[in-house]
Write a protein of this length. Structure first.
Length: 338
């Protein structure tokens, strides 16, 4: 009896160690997914979601054997604002050797969700992503919810369309109560009559509150603004003589209108008084892109705007933008739902 009592603390320590460990997935094919279920059994009614084969940082809450003698574990897995809990077969879980990889994974996905949320105009999200009073917001100190709300309202009014893409991320400092991260953010802002693009380097201080990441401070360390596109007749890169003609074979009209809720992204590469040269359009096609020509009347003149696309995601668009600026037009910029 005394031996059993002595072993009990060791058993509890082993269990705590087991469930403190974070897990990744094994025995899944590349690109596959693991079903997460509401109960430790397989049928069409128990499925609640899926985990990517690349998922890491999975936490086990408890494990048990089902009626068929197979071990199942109740897991939780969070990436930024996305979270899933449920039962999975124990055979697919393997302990991670380095929990630092999981921590970096969580931080990256939190920041992706954080900047993605800033593309929307819903101010209720401020309570989700920030903790108040903030130590710092850009150049302001001791920022309250009302301070930040006012700053966001003014920014959203001036730039109603905003796109963000994350670049290089580096963990600068990790303390018990906070983590400092440096992140490069590529951005594109559009208003009714203006457009800007560039990149910022931000230092973000992240804390954990109620088991969720939140931003305590954010500061801009550096900003690069791309040259603004000036649209006048002298700046048009190519024009056609009046007696030339063009057969547009790659013109597309499959973009969705904003009313149907499907957002499409294009990259604007030029505005022309006359029809673009065939050589110019063929150059776009030669780099593997499709294009669209939009015609509009301005002061009794027909303006022809050339867009490359459509692209369905901001990441895809930003990757294409880098190539387009190097190969076709260094002043190209993004526009949504033309």
């Amino acid at each position: 009896m005394k031996r059993i009592l002595l072993l009990l603390p060791l058993i509890f320590l082993a269990l705590n160690s087991l469930f403190a460990t974070e897990y990744s997935l094994t025995h899944l094919r590349k690109g596959g997914a693991l079903n997460v279920r509401a109960e430790p059994m397989i049928n069409r009614y128990t499925l609640v979601g899926k985990l990517s084969a690349k998922a890491i940082g999975i936490k086990i809450r408890e494990c048990k054997y089902n009626a068929r003698g197979r071990e199942w574990c109740y897991i939780s897995h969070g990436t930024g604002m996305q979270h899933i809990e449920g039962w999975v077969s124990r055979k697919f879980l393997i302990p991670m050797k380095d929990n630092r990889e999981a921590n970096r994974f969580y931080l990256k996905h939190f920041l992706e969700d954080y900047y993605k949320a800033d593309e929307e105009n819903f101010l209720d999200k401020l309570k989700v992503f920030y903790t108040f009073p903030m130590q710092q917001y850009m150049y302001q100190k001791n920022v309250t919810l009302m301070n930040l709300r006012s700053a966001k309202v003014n920014f959203y009014k001036y730039w109603p369309k905003r796109l963000y893409r994350l670049g290089y991320m580096k963990i600068l400092r990790k303390k018990e109560d906070y983590t400092d991260v440096q992140i490069t953010v590529h951005w594109q802002y559009d208003s009714h009559n203006d457009s800007r693009s560039g990149r910022d380097v931000h230092k973000v201080r992240i804390v954990q509150e109620d088991e969720q990441f939140k931003v305590l401070a954010i500061k801009r360390l550096r900003q690069v603004v791309n040259p603004k596109v000036i649209e006048d007749e002298e700046s048009k890169p190519v024009v056609l003589e009046e007696n030339n003609s063009v057969v547009v074979t790659s013109e597309i009209n499959d973009n969705k209108s904003p009313s149907n809720g499907i957002k499409k992204y294009y990259v604007k590469v030029g505005s022309f008084i006359k029809e673009p040269r065939v050589e110019y359009l063929n150059k776009i096609v030669s780099f593997g892109f499709k294009y669209k020509i939009e015609k509009l009347t301005h002061e009794d003149k027909i303006i022809r705007r050339v867009y490359i696309g459509p692209f369905s995601t901001t990441v895809e668009t930003m990757e294409a933008l880098d190539r387009i600026r190097k190969k076709i037009n260094k002043n190209a910029y993004i526009q949504t739902n033309i």
